[in-house]
Design a protein around this ligand. Structure first.
Ligand code: FAD
Length: 381
């Protein structure tokens, strides 16, 4: 480990990379943040991942710490519990905690934009349309493809916050004694939407995470600020029923009518959305070590997990929060900090990866079990 750290490179200006850059800049480092996409603050294209996310205490703690929580609060919609929709339309509410305890639906794009604004205002140099092609782990350098040319940049320290298919991690996989495991579940996901109702209001209860649990698969919905909901169908790729088996608009309509009947009147654009929106896969990644020479993995690059605990981003935010605490404790001694960082966070990353896989079974199946339906029953409208 090089001792004197002045210039830090951060690969990937997603949620974790943007937050990390703010933390590092606030500590006085020169920070350069590189993103393959163009500036989302200037374009309308979405990020290609989920449109909204559940933000919980773990993530909020970090947002408070760097002083952006007031802006983020403006885009947070509280979800006080799960609202289960049975096949015959009965609604059952299960609170997430005691009164006043809730998780929050936030727009991924808006949250990312707030963090990018804050990073820029703090003095982080942000370079868009810089696609990392390769990472030299010995030289702490990166080769980028830009619209004009290829260029190689060198840093004192480099973070890989470039997501589940990280280029930095790909470089590490080729090295001796790097352990790597990846696992795709047999289900994929597709996003659909429930627009506001005719009165311009939420079409279903806004203060809940809605779930239509159906054993081997499920539909969920999270509210958005514009009074729409983003729904996600978690569904097998193959078998009966599956993404493969629903081939025609009529098959899709029949399936939703029989399986999620009370959702169908609200899914106004299902025909187009089902066939036009992508079907994406869900991967779990476990690896170690997260630190090779002066290169460090963080966020999904270190621990991609399935979304069923709503904790991927939250865990990535907590990586940044804990890293900052360790830097405080060790007075910016990076060697001591990074040793402890991977020791501390790897265990937590593995734990949440396993919990998230287990929670898929709970969400799609067990929540509909009579034993779990002990709380307030709500009459179907
Ligand atoms: P990413 O968000 O993937 O960001 C990586 C960034 O790096 C991107 O901007 C990408 O463009 C950039 N990049 C990638 N490759 C390169 C390259 N070669 N060169 C330059 N830049 C590059 N988490 C929650 O906490 N709560 C939820 O409710 C939740 N719901 C989810 C629902 C779904 C369907 C999915 C798929 C995930 C969900 N997650 C949730 C997980 C969450 O999305 C991730 O954990 C989070 O986005 C990780 O942030 P990140 O910055 O590490 O990675």
């Amino acid at each position: 480990m090089k001792k004197e750290i002045k210039h830090i490179g951060v690969l990937g200006a997603g949620l974790v990379g943007a937050l990390l850059s703010i933390y590092l800049r606030k500590r006085g480092y020169k920070v350069s943040l590189y993103e393959k996409r163009d500036d989302m603050r200037k374009s309308s294209a979405d990020s290609g991942r989920s449109i909204n996310l559940a933000l919980s205490r773990r993530g909020i703690k970090a947002l408070e710490d760097i002083g952006v929580i007031e802006e983020v609060e403006k885009i947070m919609l509280p979800m006080e519990g799960r609202m289960m929709h049975s096949q015959d339309g009965e609604l059952t509410f299960q609170a997430y905690g005691k009164e006043g305890q809730y998780i929050n639906s936030v727009s991924r794009g808006n949250l990312n934009k707030i963090l990018l604004e804050k990073a820029e205002a703090a003095g982080v140099e942000i370079k868009f349309e810089h696609t990392c092609k390769s990472v030299d782990l010995e030289g702490t350098s990166v080769t980028f493809k830009t619209p004009d040319a290829e260029k190689t940049m060198q840093f004192d320290l480099l973070f890989g916050s470039d997501g589940a298919y990280s280029k930095m991690r790909q470089a590490m996989v080729k090295k001796d004694r790097f352990n790597y495991e990846q696992y795709y579940i047999p289900h994929g996901y597709k996003e659909l939407s429930i627009p506001p109702n005719e009165d311009g209001d939420f079409a279903i209860a806004p203060n809940a995470l809605h779930i239509w649990p159906r054993g081997q698969y499920m539909l969920i919905a999270l509210p958005n600020l514009d009074k729409s909901f983003t729904c996600t169908l978690f569904f097998p790729f193959e078998g009966q029923p599956s993404f493969e088996s629903l081939q025609t608009p009529q098959q899709v309509l029949n399936f939703f009518k029989n399986t999620f009947p009370d959702s169908l009147p609200h899914l106004k654009n299902i025909q187009e959305e089902y066939f036009e929106n992508p079907t994406s896969s869900l991967v779990t990644v476990k690896c170690e070590p997260w630190v090779k020479n002066n290169c460090v993995l963080i966020g999904d690059a270190a621990h991609a997990i399935v979304p069923f605990y709503g904790q991927g981003m939250n865990a990535g935010f907590e990586d940044c929060y804990e890293l900052n605490l360790l830097l405080n404790r060790h007075a910016d001694d990076w060697e001591m900090t990074l040793d402890e960082y991977q020791e501390l966070r790897k265990k937590d990353g593995d734990a949440i990866a396993d919990l998230a896989l287990h929670n898929f079974v709970e969400m799609r199946d067990l929540v509909a079990d009579d034993k779990f339906l002990v709380q307030k029953k709500i009459e179907a409208k």
